[in-house]
Design a binder for this molecule. Sequence first.
Ligand code: ATP
Ligand code: MG
Length: 180
Amino acid sequence: MFLKNLETAGFKSFADKIDVQFVPGVTAVVGPNGSGKSNITDAIRWVLGEQSARSLRGSKMEDVIFAGSETRRSRGYAEVSLTLDNRDKTLPLEYDEVQVSRKVYRTGESEFLINKEPCRLKDIVELFMDSGLGRETFSIISQGKVEEILNSKPKDRRVIFEEAAGVLKYKQRKQKAEGK
Ligand code: ATP
Ligand code: MG
């Protein structure tokens, strides 16, 4: 499975429609500070189902919608579509290409699509579960995360490894069962 392209309109600093093409191998995004590099990874995490505005570096979900600039009016919605090559069937769907889309309006209304068919947020989250690319995996390591890992106390660092190894959920269930 690999990312083929990311289309967005109205997401964060991207007022107009943009289409980022990825090719197999390494893609590097370069640009000055504040030019929107991290907003690209935020868009990927958002379309994969991220629900925490804080983790998208905002305070409320509406903050993902282009807020306007000196020369441009704000937008009424943000839209992101991510297309993946699924020829190896990493995602449990029969299609060779899978597109997931998410749209949010200022009114708070949301839309989710899988291959242009309306679905629930839960369907998108479940589609990527166990694929290595979910919203809570370490396939995306955001700015500052490396320092955070290096500077964390051994006990906190262990939690990161437990999460990556997939044992955290069992540990949490065990603690719950033991009434802790
Ligand atoms: P750095 O090199 O410092 O990490 P970067 O290229 O990663 O920078 P981003 O953090 O992706 O930059 O982009 C930050 C920019 O996005 C800021 O200029 C901010 O004003 C803009 N931005 C974020 N949210 C919105 C929004 N809702 N509407 C308009 N602009 C926004
Ligand atoms: Mg950045």
